[in-house]
Structure formats: structure tokens, C-alpha cells
Design a protein around this ligand. Structure first.
Ligand code: ADP
Length: 355
């Protein structure tokens, strides 16, 4: 999901209903959370594993100031310390214990998933990937090959901060004060919690699924966690890395369960996408896929889907679902034009950039 990149932009974001958008609800946002849609659509989506819920201590680490990496999270399990040389030399002050942070269980989960996925994964939280932090690792892609790569990207990203703290900000039915009260009430309830956590630990779910060969290959790792003030549980999504040519990615806008527009996801110009027959073929493939596989299954009325069409143009994969809302990038369209399109229009419109 594309997100505003600064808190200023977040505050300035438009009131969705006033701007001609359908009112954005928490249910619509939750429907786009990876773990909400993936089990239903996994046969049409690249392989992925969800680690959920993430422990509070890890979220606190992501939100803490400074760029330091948990010890033992590097490529060979060696110590990865702060970018502060003093910490590397072991001369940090007594107050600065940051270099001591470790997440051995999470490290082990990530390493196990890396092994399963041939050594490289693409990380996300519930909705967003840390695309704004891609420059932090070599190659400037989000290709992670050890837990430290994952932590570095997540910790450096404003998009990830948005998932942690602002996911429901634009929702018409979200009242943060009430949420906080109810979470606090739950937190002070008698300690059924500990038993539930133990039960959750014993019932560690391992569910294998696959997108590409229909064998089960995805798993959900459930861990007990302390309660944090959030109306949803944080999840780490690790998708098997694969090279996806940008020119083959399409963003599709669905309004009132009708596919109304398709945009190239990459805004660069590609000569080979220009001929009318190529675009007509693409529209036909995406429309059929939407009608057969998504329209009657996805719970929301209006939303945005990201699809990937394989190089041979023979198979479509679902990469992501996003809310139909201003915080989702309309790419080659302006939201005003999309909002003005009638859902009863006979066919979808598609867009590629001009040379
Ligand atoms: P976001 O919700 O942050 O937009 P996406 O899951 O939609 O994140 O992915 C963003 C981009 O990252 C995609 O457009 C694609 O280019 C790339 N990408 C997504 N999944 C993978 C993957 N499994 N391997 C490699 N690149 C990926």
C-alpha cells in the first residue's frame, strides 16, 4: 500500500468522503491487510509466510530512535551493532543499552523462512513494504538475505511507521481514544491472558500453502505476545523474492465491485506496451481474472488491486490489495478522474505513460 511519507502529509490528507471517495471503514482497511486476504487468494499470489503477532519488544525496537541492529542478526549470525562506532568498540555509556537488543526467536524464524525461500525474501508489515528505505541495502531493492536486512529496512521506513501508528487514521469509524480505553480495560482484566498465551504457544500454527504449484507452502507462525495498544496485531510478511519486471505490474481500480481502470504500476514509458492490441489483450486478461477470481470473493465494494502478469503473459498473480482511498497512489490517473468514472461504464480504461 502506498503511504504518505511524512507526518505533515498524514495530517493534510483529505477527508475521503468529502473528496468523492466512498467512506473508508476499518473493515475495508483490514480487508487489505496481508493476512486477511492471503489465505483466500494464495493460489494466485507468490509464496509468502506471515509471522504474527510480532512481540511488543520488537515493535518498540522499530519505533526507537537511532539505527542499530539486533545482535546476532547479521548474515552469519555474527553480532551486528550500532552504526555508532563507540558501541562497536564496547564503550557505550550505561544508559545506552541499545546494542544489546536481541531477537533470537524472530531471527531463527526469519532464517528458517530464508532457507525455505532459496535465501532471499521481500519484507512487509500488515499493509506496507519499506520501499522508501530501499536505498539502505545494496542494490536498492528490498531483497533481504539475513534478519538484519529485514530489520534495517523496517526500522528506516516511514511507510512502516504508518502501518504501526496510523493505519486507521482516515477511517470514518475509528476513534483512537475509545480504542485505547478498551485495550486498557482488556489489559487490566484478570490473567486469563497468560493461559491463552500458553494455549496459543502450544497451538503454534503451521499452515503450508503455495501460490505457484498449489502445494502448501505458506505458514503462519503464531507467537504469544504482550498486549500493546493497537486495534490489530502486527505481522511480518516475508514473501519469496522473485525478479518481477516493473513493466509487467498493473494497478487495478475497483469501484462498487466493477473494474473501472487499470494503470501501469511503473510510471516509466515502455514502447512494447503501446500497441492497441497489446493493451486490449491486457484489458481482456485482467478483466477475466478479476471477474472469475476476485470480484465475488473480496469482501469490499471498492478497492485497488496490484497484479503481476508473468513474462509470457500467461498468468496473473495478486501482489497486493489496497484501500480505495487517497492514501493509495492513483499512479497514472488522478483520483478526481477515477472518482468521476461511473461504475456502470461498459468497459475499463487503461493507462500507460506518454513517451
Ligand atoms: P506495497 O504495499 O508497499 O506497495 P507491494 O507488496 O505492493 O508493497 O510491493 C511493492 C513492489 O515491490 C511491487 O510493485 C514489486 O515491484 C516489488 N515486489 C513485491 N513483491 C515482491 C517479491 N516477492 N519479490 C520481489 N519484488 C517484489
Amino acid at each position: 500500500m502506498s503511504r504518505p511519507s511524512s507526518s505533515e502529509e498524514l495530517q493534510d490528507s483529505t477527508d475521503s468522503s468529502a473528496a468523492g471517495f466512498p467512506p473508508l471503514t476499518r473493515a475495508a482497511v483490514l480487508a487489505c491487510q496481508f493476512s486477511s486476504w492471503y489465505p483466500t487468494f494464495r493460489k494466485h499470489s507468490p509464496k509468502a509466510t506471515v509471522i504474527k503477532p510480532l512481540e511488543d519488544r520488537f515493535i518498540d525496537y522499530l519505533e526507537s530512535d537511532g539505527l542499530f541492529l539486533p545482535e546476532g542478526s547479521g548474515p552469519m549470525g555474527v553480532s551486528e551493532l550500532s552504526d555508532d562506532e563507540d558501541s562497536r568498540n564496547g564503550s557505550e555509556s550505561e544508559d545506552d543499552q541499545s546494542w544489546q537488543v536481541t531477537f533470537p526467536e524472530l531471527d531463527a524464524d526469519i532464517r528458517r523462512i530464508l532457507t525455505k525461500y532459496d535465501g532471499a525474501v521481500f519484507p512487509k508489515l500488515n499493509w506496507s513494504s519499506p520501499q522508501d528505505a530501499a536505498w539502505m541495502i545494496p542494490g536498492q531493492a528490498l531483497k533481504c538475505q539475513c534478519p538484519a536486512d529485514v530489520y534495517l529496512l523496517l526500522k528506516s521506513s516511514d511507510f512502516i511507521s504508518h502501518d504501526l501508528d496510523h493505519a486507521f487514521d482516515e477511517c470514518v469509524d475509528y476513534e483512537p481514544e475509545k480504542e485505547e480505553e478498551s485495550v486498557q480495560e482488556e489489559a487490566s482484566a484478570p490473567p486469563q491472558d497468560d493461559l491463552a498465551q500458553l494455549a496459543a504457544q502450544l497451538a503454534l500454527q503451521e499452515q503450508e500453502t503455495s501460490a505457484t504449484d498449489s502445494s502448501d507452502d505458506e505458514e503462519a507462525l503464531e507467537r504469544p505476545t504482550r498486549r500493546r495498544k493497537s486495534p490489530y496485531k502486527f505481522e511480518l510478511v516475508l514473501k519469496k523474492w522473485f525478479d518481477m519486471p516493473k513493466s509487467q505490474e498493473w494497478r487495478c481500480f475497483v469501484k462498487d465491485r466493477k473494474l473501472v481502470a487499470i494503470s501501469q504500476r511503473d510510471t516509466n514509458y515502455y514502447d512494447f506496451l503501446q500497441p492497441e492490441d497489446v493493451q486490449a489483450d491486457l484489458r481482456a486478461k485482467i478483466s477475466a481474472f478479476f471477474k472469475d477470481e476476485i470480484r465475488d470473493v473480496f469482501p469490499s465494494q471498492s478497492y485497488v488491486i496490484d497484479l503481476y502478469l508473468t513474462r509470457g503473459n500467461d498468468r496473473l498473480f495478486i501482489i497486493d490489495f489496497n484501500p480505495y482511498a487517497p492514501q493509495t497512489d492513483a499512479l497514472l490517473f488522478a483520483w478526481e478522474s477515477l472518482n468521476a468514472l461511473s461504475p456502470s461504464a461498459p468497459s475499463s480504461s487503461s493507462s500507460t505513460p506518454s513517451p
